[in-house]
Design a protein around this ligand. Structure first.
Ligand SMILES: O=C(O)C1=C[C@@H](OP(=O)(O)O)[C@@H](O)[C@H](O)C1
Ligand SMILES: C=C(OP(=O)(O)O)C(=O)O
Length: 416
């Protein structure tokens, strides 16, 4: 735990920012390389807590992951997975993507995690695995997967309304189940849908056949997953925290922005535009200028932006409404409760609604800002701190979940 006073901007911030690799693409590339039919070399791999936990989990299941240069690893799948003790930390990607792989090992794998991870939903995924023929003890962390060396597969019903990661987890491993996997989503709409697109896109790139014969149904045909080298793109969700600095200071932030990507790039830019950003695009780059204004917006597809945009909204010229993100109550912390509490303590009027937040700016003052071990709460505090002196985070180290040195990058952006 390290306290950190968020630096205040003395004027418009102008910077070119380089953020590290995508957490979500790194997790998928590692998992797919572990399940593939031969070795793969991955570059631009994110070096942060979540992907490190993923590498540790896969290694203990028998995968060989060898460093091959800065940010480069060569992943060699095992002939047979072996059961293991898996530490999920607070990583949704580990607690959801790894159980279907452990089901392919012969024996009991035990999944544990941080105390707060036990509150994160995982039961719908475990129930779907049971329908696919896997024995699972428990319905939340800690739980055990009793692998039989293979998984029958077949047709499963899944309620993925609490997290798209349940669906991604089943899609990633489904081709390796004996009969493949047909997944029928039953329940309220799936949040963060672009991430399902990322999963399907990366699987198809590796030769896996996936059909979507009707709405809310995915058919993964059984077969091998082709080994494939991959260069991981920068993390556009993490980049967004920096882009918000342009908005709240009336400055100018530029960063790499892939021309074609499986990340929710357009959704991110549309959300920033709604809050007053002007977006300039040049090949492979984006520049954000503008001045923050209040917005009423559905963030279901880009729910990870809720924290930084709630902070932005506190510095706007009028009220904002963030909708479609009720499920983030099950993220690293209950983000709606945490944002309402911490941003209200700074002087804004921030109230929880059924599916989001209603925010009315007010005169803001510095105070301790609790992060609840949540990296995106820390990003929110950094954004609001640009305009409010004395915002002191109780812990900035939680940012290592998805970035090796967030405070350093933030200071560099400010020219410190
Ligand atoms: O599949 C992924 O890599 C992710 C999916 C989303 O999860 P939810 O569907 O739970 O929002 C997102 O919020 C998370 O940070 C990463
Ligand atoms: C929800 C998030 O993470 P996780 O992958 O742990 O679900 C996030 O990074 O905002």
């Amino acid at each position: 735990m390290r306290r950190w006073v968020a630096p205040t901007a003395s004027g418009p911030v102008s910077a070119s920012v380089v953020v590290p690799g995508s957490k979500s693409a790194t997790a998928r590339a590692l998992v797919l390389a572990a399940l593939a039919d031969g070795p793969s070399t991955l570059s631009g791999v994110l070096d942060a807590r979540d992907p490190r936990l993923m590498q540790d989990a896969l290694t203990s299941l028998g995968v060989s992951i060898a460093p091959a240069g800065p940010g480069v690893v060569t992943v060699t799948p095992p002939d047979r997975f072996v059961p293991a003790d898996i530490d999920c930390g607070l990583a949704g990607t580990v607690m959801r993507f790894v159980p279907p792989i452990a089901a392919l090992a012969e024996g009991r794998s035990r999944f544990t995690g941080d105390a707060a991870a036990s509150a994160r939903p995982v039961r719908p995924l475990l129930d779907a695995l049971r329908q696919a023929g896997v024995s699972v003890d428990g319905n939340a962390l800690p739980f055990d997967v009793l692998g039989a060396g293979s998984v029958p597969g077949g047709v499963v019903e899944l309620d993925a309304s609490a997290s798209s990661q349940f669906l991604s987890a089943l899609l990633l491993a489904g081709a390796r189940f004996d009969g493949g996997l047909t997944i029928r989503h039953r329940g309220a709409p799936i949040p963060s849908l672009p991430y399902v697109g990322m999963t399907v896109g990366m699987l198809r790139d590796r030769g896996v056949r996936i059909d979507t014969p009707e709405a809310d149904t995915w058919v993964v045909h059984p077969g091998s997953i082709a080994a494939q080298d991959e260069a991981i793109e920068p993390d556009l969700m993490n980049a967004s925290a920096f882009l918000c600095a342009a908005l709240v200071t009336g400055g100018r932030i530029e960063t790499a922005w892939p021309e074609r990507t499986l990340q929710a790039a357009d959704g991110v830019l549309a959300a920033l535009e709604a809050f007053g950003a002007t977006i300039d695009r040049s090949p492979g780059r984006v520049t954000v200028t503008g001045r923050v204004r209040g917005a009423d917006i559905d963030l279901a597809e880009v729910a990870e932006l809720t924290c930084v945009l709630a902070a932005v909204a506190c510095l706007a010229d009028g009220p904002s409404r963030l909708r479609g993100v009720g499920h983030i109550r099950g993220h690293e912390t209950d983000r709606l409760a945490a944002l309402a509490s911490e941003l209200s303590a700074l002087g804004a009027d921030v109230r929880e609604t059924d599916d989001g937040l209603a925010i009315t700016p007010g005169p803001l003052r510095g105070a301790t800002f609790r992060t609840y071990a949540d990296h995106r709460m820390a990003h929110a505090a950094a954004v609001v701190g640009l305009g409010v002196p004395g915002v002191e985070l109780d812990d900035v180290d939680c940012t290592t979940k998805t970035m090796p040195d967030f405070p350093g990058l933030w200071a560099a952006m400010l020219g410190a």
